[in-house]
Structures are given as structure tokens and as C-alpha cells.
Ligand binder design. Structure first.
Ligand code: ARG
Length: 231
């Protein structure tokens, strides 16, 4: 019998920033990491014969973590961008998103990205939202470690707006009972999320793509989508 054999599944170490509901967040009761990305990566792992272990870390530490080999993959609502493609390998897109603006409910002066000129904006460090906010003329951009902190700053009145991913903004507003905040603006640009693996790990990217195709064919992807986003 071979030494490599046996029944223990291979481990896939997956990094995420679990402050991004409904994609990844910590369940208050069970303390488990839950959300669309968490269900998807576990289903992909299962399909490929891996046991998935989640590591919660800061969003801006995810790519360095991959480069340092501390994790094997990133499942964190990460947008596929040209800049990131220089450093990592992405799977095929698994979710379509875009950026919108969140303001306080009573704010009627900010309706689109143009209205953000000269305004104070909170963003999450290292995100596409941060990059886009920095392009806005005369805007004062304040960067927070995670999205919940950016939303808290808006609530506290320290900023005029938050620029962040549309599905996350909508979830935040729905959770807060839509009394404090509202989302405005057409999504700034189409963004697509991908799972990232190390640049040299083309084999794993290929396996993930194949597994994603299989989950789309067998209805598992659809089930997970409906669970978190409805029809
Ligand atoms: N999609 C955006 C980006 O890639 C934000 C992702 C933030 N994800 C998170 N888990 N906090 O920059």
C-alpha cells in the first residue's frame, strides 16, 4: 500500500475577509464563516476532493498571503482586475457585481458618482471601491480595514458616503432596516468576482474552473445562489 494513500482528504486553505455579508461573514451563534462565497468554495472543494479550511484575514493581506504560500486560494468577493492579474491567477468569473454609493437616508444631494466630488468618502482599504473613490475630483477618501467600519463611519456622520460593492450595500441596507441608509447611483462599472490562486498554481485554477462548471451543470451553484440572493 502507498504512503500517500489513505482516506484523509487533501486540505485547501482558503483566505477570506469575513466582513462582507452576504458573501462572507461570521455567524454570531455558531461562529462559523458563512455566506455565498463560503458555500461555493466548500462545494467546489468537495467536488475536487479537498477539505476546505477557512482563514479570516484583512482584505489587503489576502494577495500577500497567497504569494507567501500561507493560503492556497482566496474566496472573498474579489474582483478580477488587470492589476491583480499581474500577481495572481483567477478562475472564471463566478459572480457579477459593481460599485454603488451608500448615503444616509435623509441625504438628497448625492445621487450619483459625479455628486461625490469634494465629498468625504469611506471605503475599505485595498478594494476596487477605494481605487475608484480616489479618482473622484477633490474627494477626501478615508480607508478602513473592513466594510462594516466604513458603514459605521457613515452612521456616525464622519463621512458623506461609502463606495462599496452593490450586493453588499444592498444587504447592509436590508439588515439595518433601511432606516439609516440608502444606496444610490447606477453601478459604476461591471465587476466580476473570481477565486484567486497563486500565479504559479495554474493546476489548481484549472481544477477550480472545472469544478465550477460541474456545479453549474448539476444545479448546485443555482441552489447556493438562490439561498443567498433569492430568485
Ligand atoms: N470586490 C471588491 C474588490 O475586489 C471588494 C471586495 C471586498 N471583499 C471582502 N471580503 N471584504 O476590491
Amino acid at each position: 500500500c502507498s504512503k500517500e494513500g489513505g482516506s484523509t482528504a487533501k486540505v485547501l486553505k482558503v483566505g477570506t475577509d469575513a466582513g462582507f455579508a452576504p458573501f462572507e461573514f461570521q455567524d454570531e451563534k455558531s461562529k462559523e464563516y458563512v455566506g455565498f462565497d463560503m458555500d461555493l468554495i466548500k462545494a467546489l472543494g468537495k467536488q475536487m476532493g479537498y477539505e476546505v479550511q477557512i482563514q479570516n484575514m484583512n482584505f489587503d493581506g489576502l494577495i500577500p498571503g497567497l504569494e507567501a504560500n500561507n493560503i492556497d486560494a482566496i474566496a472573498s468577493g474579489m474582483t478580477i482586475t488587470e492589476a491583480r492579474k499581474q500577481k495572481v491567477n483567477f478562475t472564471k468569473p463566478y459572480y457579477q457585481a459593481g460599485l454603488t454609493i451608500v448615503v444616509k437616508s435623509e441625504n438628497n444631494s448625492i445621487k450619483n458618482f459625479k455628486d461625490l466630488e469634494g465629498k468625504k468618502i469611506a471605503v475599505q482599504i485595498g478594494t476596487t471601491g477605494a481605487a475608484e473613490a480616489k479618482k473622484i475630483k477633490d474627494a477626501q477618501v478615508r480607508e478602513f480595514n473592513n466594510a462594516p467600519e466604513a458603514f459605521m463611519e457613515l452612521k456616525a456622520g464622519g463621512v458623506d458616503a461609502v463606495v462599496n460593492d452593490k450586493p453588499v450595500n444592498e444587504y447592509y441596507i436590508a439588515q439595518s432596516g433601511s432606516k439609516d441608509a440608502k444606496a444610490v447611483g447606477e453601478p459604476l462599472q461591471a465587476e466580476e468576482y473570481g477565486i484567486a490562486v497563486a500565479k504559479k498554481n495554474t493546476e489548481l485554477a484549472g481544477k477550480l474552473d472545472k469544478a465550477l462548471d460541474e456545479l453549474k451543470k448539476n444545479g448546485e451553484y443555482e441552489k447556493i445562489y438562490v439561498k443567498w440572493f433569492g430568485k
